[in-house]
Design a protein around this ligand. Structure first.
Ligand code: BES
Ligand code: MN
Ligand code: ZN
Length: 503
């Protein structure tokens, strides 16, 4: 998608998407008299009101556009960066369904003229909304169907302000959005194709692209030698090999400590012998969305040349059933020496993360570890699709992740980490059990999963993000599609950029 910026509307484009604030209906008189009359008339007849998100297609003889869409921006004081993203995302989707190739819009100019809007943030949000909204996964469609699937090829944005922040933001936003779309491709890819070798190859490709990115892959033999039996147990029933893939991005000083991102990479989660039922098993190709988001985040950091040292850690396994598969009741000894009873073979994500987290901390002593995982159905019940769950004992980390989440439109919502629950994962004949031993076992499932993970962290500042709901939407959003969302890339990218660098 080509994006250009110019001070006036660009009459060479197919469509005009005209944003209108509730307070601002007069504004358009100076632009075009007949259009202004049409707006007045539509408002008067209540065919269109500029409530936020309301849309109305029209045509004006004498204006060069094939179609014109009026878009309600709502009240000025209620405008937010996320509402702005939604406006542009909807614009992209409407122009596509009108079978047009390009549009020009004043929405950028309208939002930019509000005093409280930061121009760099708007630039980032613009690229994100347009590029994320324009995504389609067409790899498996036949040629005729792909040709029918329209995308917007060109957008011309009206922007009269002279500040350089907007243009810089556009560039940063494009990097983040394109990495996010790449993550969507990885997650949408069926598990028969996207196995551990496929994800490993994707990581190798990123390492090959950037001189500051190095890759290290531990194979089954090495995992055995190191004692990563929690990971090996999960993969025991699969014909695909387990892998621990580690990307090192060295953009910071030689003495600067690492920030580690650890992503759950279950390429397919059948549940194991605690087999998932119909209506639950079908989407389980998405269970590597944490690993994919980690990959995307490292790509963003490398492409933007961030001055940080980062690790992207991806334990890759497949949770399957065969004669060698792990059984409920089996006991494994994890990398850090703790023993775990397998109360349920479907609670496998925490097992592979246990080894990956402990190994990452012992080998690299990072200052901060953030893990991302499609970990619990309970998180989808609690928060739905829009936000990911967040668990941490570190208030500062909680604050910066929540701030980054809400600024990026990829929100994370903190769940309480009560002291009273900290022994709920203790085992009876083993150190730990992989399902809660209190109550019926499923209460506060997302929190107790976090409790389990915390037992594999020693000193690092740590946070856990549960993207089970946010990684794969069951419904379409303003700038998301049904299916993979790339959740995690934006919140972590914004976290790395920090508040200051986004201004
Ligand atoms: N991958 C699932 C969690 C999941 C559910 C992700 C829905 C995306 C959408 C995870 O491995 C799992 O099966 N969790 C169990 C844990 C339980 C057995 C303690 C769950 O949530 O049911
Ligand atoms: Mn599972
Ligand atoms: Zn899983």
């Amino acid at each position: 998608m080509k994006i250009t910026v110019q001070p006036a509307l660009d009459e060479r484009q197919d469509a005009l998407v005209l944003g209108i604030f509730e307070e601002d209906k007069e504004h358009y008189k100076s632009y075009h008299k007949v259009l202004a009359q049409e707006i007045d008339d539509a408002v008067e007849k209540k065919i269109f009101t500029p409530n936020f998100g309301e849309m109305y297609w029209t045509r004006i003889l004498g204006l060069p556009y094939k179609k014109i869409m009026l878009f309600g921006l709502g009240k000025k004081k209620e405008m937010t960066v996320e509402r702005f993203r939604k406006s542009l995302g909807k614009a992209v989707k409407c122009v596509t369904s009108a079978k047009l190739d390009s549009f020009t819009t004043n929405i950028t100019q309208m939002a930019g003229s509000l005093k409280e809007m930061n121009h760099a943030s708007l630039g980032m949000a613009t690229a994100e909304a347009l590029i994320l909204g324009n995504y389609t996964f067409t790899k498996y469609l036949s040629k005729e169907k792909v040709e029918k699937k329209k995308v917007v090829k060109m957008v011309s944005l009206q922007w009269e302000n002279s500040s350089s922040g907007f243009g810089e933001g556009l560039k940063t936003g494009r990097v983040i959005a394109e990495a996010t779309n790449y993550v969507k491709d990885l997650v949408n890819e069926p598990a028969g194709v996207a196995n551990s070798l496929y994800v490993e190859k994707a990581a190798r490709d990123i390492a090959a692209c950037f001189s500051k990115v190095k890759i290290n892959v531990l194979n089954e033999m090495e995992l055995k030698k190191l004692g990563m039996n929690a990971m090996l147990g999960v993969n025991a029933g699969s014909d695909n090999p387990p892998k621990l893939v580690i990307l090192e991005y060295n953009g910071g000083g030689a003495k600067e400590k690492y920030t580690a991102f650890v992503g759950k990479g279950i390429t397919f989660d059948s549940g194991g012998y605690n087999l998932k039922p119909t209506k639950y098993i079908e989407e389980m190709k998405t269970d590597m969305a944490g690993a994919a988001a980690v990959l995307g985040t490292i790509q963003v950091a490398a492409e933007l040349g961030l001055q940080k040292n980062l690790l992207g850690v991806m334990p890759l396994c497949e949770n399957m059933v065969n004669g060698k598969a792990q059984r409920p009741g089996d006991i494994v000894k994890a990398y850090n020496g703790k023993t775990i009873e397998i109360g349920n073979t479907d609670a496998e994500g925490r097992l592979i993360l246990a080894d990956a987290l402990a190994y990452t901390e012992r080998k690299y002593t990072p200052e901060v570890i953030i893990d991302l995982a499609t970990l619990t159905g309970a998180c989808v019940v609690a928060l739905g699709y829009y936000a990911a769950g967040l668990v941490s004992k570190d208030q500062e980390l909680l604050n910066s992740l929540q701030e980054a989440g809400s600024a990026s439109g990829d929100p994370v919502w903190a769940l309480p980490f009560f002291e009273d629950y900290q022994d709920w994962m203790d085992g009876t004949i083993s150190d730990l059990n992989n399902i809660s031993q209190k109550g019926k076992g499923h209460e506060a499932g997302s929190i107790t999963a976090g409790v389990f993970l915390s037992k594999f962290i020693e000193k690092a500042r740590w946070a856990h993000i549960d993207i089970a709901g946010s990684a794969y939407w069951g419904v379409e959003g303003a700038y998301t599609q049904k299916g993979a969302t790339g959740s995690g890339v934006r919140v972590l990218s914004y976290y790395l950029l920090g508040k200051e660098r986004r201004r």
